[in-house]
Design a protein around this ligand. Structure first.
Ligand SMILES: Cc1cc2nc3c(=O)[nH]c(=O)nc-3n(C[C@H](O)[C@H](O)[C@H](O)COP(=O)(O)O)c2cc1C
Length: 356
């Protein structure tokens, strides 16, 4: 049996977590058509309540920020009630859960948006690739650059969703500024060609994120808001000419703002920027990307991070912290059911049964 700091209580912002094995945000597309999470989603998160902290799947802050069919939202009464069932289930099982709030920006399609609207982005830069719509796979369209006068409205959508997450019983929120969605589209220069104060140098490109952080920390107070960044992730056709500069500036700007943590997705096998970002940020750091028990232990024991988020391993192992701690074998994930809807590959992964 392994004893290590990874399995010891850890403080992130205002929260004491019983261990440093976090559940990374995982989109599973099991919500109702209107974005309401139902009973099955409550069961799924309840099964994973032994995580130090669960970070929910990406949850959109408005109908205009949708990316995927059957992805959940945080902007109607139904959403609030549905999420309340989820948080009650997790708390009833002794867990803690943050809501990952997002606006998809250009990673959407007119057929998914109210009134067939053109998706918005930092700039009118079309992503390569296809999006899944009700009428099958469609190529992405060229988004419309958000006008400067519309940006306050987006900040307000995040603040309103953050308030709703609080009313729904979450323990905090994580702002999704990773993986090519709207906040990331502003951060990276492959998608942000703006000439105004929300573009140009890294500081300008980080401005929308900072305004959202300010508005959301006003709702939640210090120590209950995290931010996720993914400096090198090319997913959703993202790029940046100088990730080291862009993300160091962003991490510096995020420091001293009372955030609970900074969450960096940088695959462990090739991670080199994370230590610099930890230094620039100066607060609690959550790392993610291909970790196992050995690399997870090493990074926490070496004080390079405070906690480790596990994605696919948590998806397939509801009792992951105990399995890692006790050195038990892991269930194999089934990628064919990651996004398919239904109970199979969702709430039927078994817990390890002790040999009696
Ligand atoms: C099925 C699936 C869904 C994901 N959904 C999200 C998401 O909603 N938000 C997010 O920030 N990252 C998402 N990710 C990325 C994961 O949080 C994580 O960064 C990735 O799986 C790498 O961590 P791992 O090696 O521990 O799995 C998703 C990954 C997978 C496999």
């Amino acid at each position: 049996m392994k004893r290590s700091l990874l399995f010891e209580p850890v403080k992130l912002g205002k929260l004491w977590l019983p261990n440093g094995v976090l559940m990374a945000p995982l989109t599973r597309l099991r919500a109702e058509a209107d974005g309401t999470p139902g009973e099955m989603i409550a069961k799924y998160y309840e099964q994973r309540a032994s995580a130090g902290l669960i970070i929910s799947e990406m949850t959109v802050v408005s109908a205009k920020g949708q990316a995927y069919l059957n992805a959940p939202g945080m902007y109607t009464e139904g959403h609030r009630k549905g999420w309340r069932r989820v948080t009650d289930a997790v708390h009833g099982a002794g867990g803690r859960i943050f809501s990952q709030l997002a606006h998809a920006g250009r990673i959407s399609h007119p057929s998914l948006l109210p009134g067939g609207a053109i998706p918005v982005g930092a700039s009118a830069v079309r992503p390569a690739g296809h999006v899944h719509t009700r009428s099958g796979s469609q190529p992405y369209v060229t988004p419309r650059a958000l006008e400067i006068g519309e940006i306050g409205g987006v900040v307000k959508e995040f603040a309103d969703a953050a308030r709703m997450a609080m009313e729904a019983g979450f323990d905090g929120v994580e702002l999704h500024s990773a993986n090519g969605y709207l906040l990331d589209q502003f951060l990276r220069d492959g998608t942000n060609w703006r000439q105004d104060g929300y573009g140009g140098p890294a500081k300008g490109r980080a401005r929308l994120l900072l305004e959202v952080v300010e508005a959301v920390t006003e709702v939640w107070g210090a120590g209950r808001v995290g931010v996720r960044l993914s400096p090198f992730n090319g997913f959703n056709d993202m790029s940046d000419t100088n990730p080291r500069e862009t993300f160091t500036v962003a991490a510096e700007a995020l420091s001293g703002r009372g955030l609970a943590y900074l969450h960096i997705f940088e695959p462990v096998q090739e991670a080199w920027l994370t230590p610099r970002l930890r230094q620039a940020f100066g607060g609690a750091l959550v790392v993610n990307g291909g970790f196992d028990v050995e690399t997870g232990n090493a990074v926490v024991e070496g004080r390079s991070a405070d906690a480790v988020a596990f994605g696919v391993p948590f998806l397939a192992n509801p009792d992951l912290p105990e399995r890692l701690r006790a050195g038990l074998p892991l269930n194999r994930p089934d990628p064919t059911t990651f996004y398919t809807g239904g109970a199979r590959g969702y709430i039927d992964y078994p817990v390890h049964s002790p040999i009696v």
